[in-house]
Design a protein around this ligand. Sequence first.
Ligand code: ADP
Ligand code: GLC
Length: 501
Amino acid sequence: MRVLFAASEIYPLAKTGGLADVGAALPVALAERGVDVRLILPAYPEALEAAANKSVHVKFEDAVAGTTRLITARMPDSGLPVWLVDTPLLFNRRGLYQDQNGIDWADNAERFAHLSRIAAGIGLGRLALEWRPDVVHANDWHLGLLPAFLHTAQAPRPATLFTIHNLAYQGLFPTSVFPKLGLPSNFLSVDGLEFYGKVSFLKAGICFSDHMTTVSRTYAHEVTTQEFGCGLEGLLRRRKRALSGILNGIDGRIWDPSGDPHLAAPFGRQHLAGKSVCKAALQRELGLAPASDLPLVVYVSRLTEQKMADLVLKSVPDIMRRQVQMAILGEGDAGLERQFIDLAQLYPGQFAAYIGYEEPLAHRFHAGADILLHPSRFEPCGLTPLYALRYGAVPVVRGVGGLVDTVIDATDEKLRRGTANGVVFEEVSPVAMLAALDRALALYAQPILWRRLQSFGMSQDFGWNASARHYSNLYRKLVPDAEPTPATLDRRGSWHRCAEA
Ligand code: ADP
Ligand code: GLC
């Protein structure tokens, strides 16, 4: 089974959010199950820098995008094969989707159409003749045109799977971009890319893929409702039989408190002493008062409406009236960023805000935190609470999307049985969020109950095994006659097909 996994970001080559984490870990879990998986993403400067064993596979002049080199390389950590689409005109700039001021690049339609076109070329064996995928797995709106390009091709063509990580980001552009995309003119119709007078890349993925997944089962249902469907619910309902939910996992190689190089001390479920060391280190690092007994509440997130960053900001003064410390790690909306920084000056020693994107610091936040505040208006999966659970930080979340499938509310009965791992609230309001936080703080004040909550969360297996099994079963359903290709990861993590080994 050969799979081309196409995404706009894959950690550690490029990352702005959870999509990159999935691109890093799912393919490795698939390779471990014997899937011959190769990756493709743009050759952003940081991706070119980080990729290993680079060589130019083919160089050509693209009529629209200019000089393009398809670079073969290896992922620096897992050793999986990866193609980098090196088109300097489109990808040689800092910022994956936006410029320094948070403005979307004006040519995003051309950029990601180009990526999809190249991936389709590989899918059809036109660019890498020695290797043709059975399945092309396209992710999010950036790769929405990939199933559309493959749909236009004569058989034989690979099967297409489209994974929706976030329906709210749709890749909407004026119809004036359509002629530049390279699709037949009849694709700009209500049965194709047209969406309320615009071109929608996400809709292309939904219309033209053989199957779709979302990143949790609850979200797979939610996207068919008016509340969460972002206007696409009708179409998704019509294609319901081709839609399923597979929960994301977390990468135990990267998120493991017992062997995490970013932490002041290692710890685990049975030996929590190291977590107190991490908390003290984080308090020092952020300029918070050195108080081991005060609960430390953190918020690690893109500062967006999705993550209710506006409500969190509004609630900080209320939270500060409680016996707690709070720290924020995030970037996003410039206005919110500024106001969080102002609040840090208002509550020195009690509230800290780190504005920016700092991967190692995210690890230290989870390790040092007692509570992760993670309210979301919608949440397709939500990896952040899963990292928190692994690191013994109890999540306080809104019961929506993937969080319904992962966070188990500390009701009296669940607490007694030791089967709760967090606190869940329902309403989008500061009152509901603060009431949930208060429930968590009341539990924190009861060390035996708290240890039980923490301990159950830390013991849960949110690894990729089960999800990778679901994906490989799905690939097999899409291509029942594909030959199994035994593949393996050796101990040092470098990938090789058995036949080559
Ligand atoms: P989303 O993809 O919607 O942002 P997820 O919770 O699934 O939400 O994934 C977010 C990922 O981005 C996690 O790996 C989280 O640690 C990381 N992250 C978000 N903001 C920051 C930040 N400011 N610094 C470091 N990591 C961050
Ligand atoms: C999106 C979603 C998030 C999910 C991530 C990875 O960014 O917002 O919920 O965990 O993709 O699938």
